[in-house]
Design a protein around this ligand. Sequence first.
Ligand SMILES: Nc1ncnc2c1ncn2[C@@H]1O[C@H](COP(=O)(O)OP(=O)(O)OP(=O)(O)O)[C@@H](O)[C@H]1O
Length: 279
Amino acid sequence: MLQPGLSENEMTAVTPALDAVASKEPAPLRASVRNLNFFYGDNQALKGVELPIVEGKVTALIGPSGCGKSTLLRCFNRMHDLYPGNRYQGEIILYPEGINIVAPEVDPMLARLRIGMVFQKPNPFPKSVYENVASGLHIRGIRNRSEVDGRVEAALRQAALWDEVKDRLQESAYGLSGGQQQRLCIARTLAPDPELILLDEPTSALDPIATAKIEELMDELRGAYTIVIVTHNMQQAARISDFTAFMHLGHMVEYDVASLIFTNPTEERTRSYITGRFG
Ligand SMILES: Nc1ncnc2c1ncn2[C@@H]1O[C@H](COP(=O)(O)OP(=O)(O)OP(=O)(O)O)[C@@H](O)[C@H]1O
């Protein structure tokens, strides 16, 4: 169990312990949140948050409305920098270099280029299916036509969308269904091969069949990608996450192997939330 204020040594000591429960294999970290505070002006939305992000695993953030899940997710790609008055304190360390991506001297573009994000509502660009997926490659200076073609196809295949769109690559993305648009947004995120993928309630605007497809997809991406997902859906978190973090009122209350959080949480607040007694 993580408690606020763990040092780096303590954090790395905790992770193998968690992993011993999960898979008995070592667990390299892709990122680690350390004593993170975040302020919207005078409103402190995150309070001393600690969270390890294990490489190649799915970490779910759960908690009642307003607890800070989306705020935490948006710190990872410095989205809050787009609005004046927002302030970070503390660290989100990205490995292997160990850079603190919320440090003021670090360019927010660095985080945005290395960390991909998928939002609640599918938000394709008003462009063709092909251009949507190619756009992230173009931004990174990848323009060689055959390389771009190959990576667009690979990303669409990874997002389980290729068979449905291979004959309409030049058509507008707006012609796709909501579920297809969301898989397109995932393909757009995957194409540049991000080090971390953030998903903010990616299925909340989708029907059960489209939701099941996205969940299957996440299962397939596990291992190759490191994923952090915010979800309100407890069954979804239990189904798809390897690790689950429960937040309340801006605090990280409990983090553990998902199977433990959903069967035998340590904290009473976690138990109340997952059994539907509040939130
Ligand atoms: N732009 C903003 N300006 C000021 N306060 C904000 C802003 N966005 C969010 N907050 C506040 O920060 C806190 C955390 O909000 P956040 O959206 O991160 O919660 P959440 O857990 O993602 O909620 P939900 O599950 O409802 O999406 C809340 O008290 C919220 O009112």
